[in-house]
Design a protein around this ligand. Sequence first.
Ligand SMILES: CC(C)(COP(=O)(O)OP(=O)(O)OC[C@H]1O[C@@H](n2cnc3c(N)ncnc32)[C@H](O)[C@@H]1OP(=O)(O)O)[C@@H](O)C(=O)NCCC(=O)NCCS
Length: 141
Amino acid sequence: MIRKFRRSDLETIEKIEDKAFPKLPYNRFTFLYYASAYPDNFLVYLEEAKIAGYIIYYPAGHVVSIAVHPAYRRRGIGTRLVDTVLERTGGYAVVEVRESNEAARKFYTHLGFYMYKVIPAYYGDEDALVLVCRGSETKWC
Ligand SMILES: CC(C)(COP(=O)(O)OP(=O)(O)OC[C@H]1O[C@@H](n2cnc3c(N)ncnc32)[C@H](O)[C@@H]1OP(=O)(O)O)[C@@H](O)C(=O)NCCC(=O)NCCS
């Protein structure tokens, strides 16, 4: 089940975030900012009432962040979160990925995203790959 983020989800989301992005995790103020600025675009995925992952995106389809708890990975949860964004945007999404993040690159490629461009030093210490899905309502990427 996918639903909007609630304030009571915060601690669990922070734990997922720390495991997913040990280098530079978002802090709670960042999550609360997105929850307040984009309440419809901060979604959590629940499996048997437990939070397994989340996605934050801007309304036009720019993915700000996505993470799935390690215990729940490779079960299609990330796919369902991105699919929800694509359903809402009519098949458009864009995301920046650290060049070294092989899992994320494979994940988005599997979904049909293509490499659009490289932004040098986007993360300070690393380039970003900009991946895009430009589909339609019937065929996403
Ligand atoms: C990227 C991430 C969100 C994927 O979530 P997920 O729920 O495991 O993804 P899915 O189960 O939907 O994967 C769909 C497909 O993507 C590919 N894929 C996903 N993770 C992969 C990995 N670690 N290695 C290789 N391929 C991978 C596979 O083709 C997979 O299909 P399969 O399991 O049938 O082989 C998750 O690995 C994660 O939270 N990573 C840490 C945070 C992160 O890097 N976020 C993205 C930053 S832009």
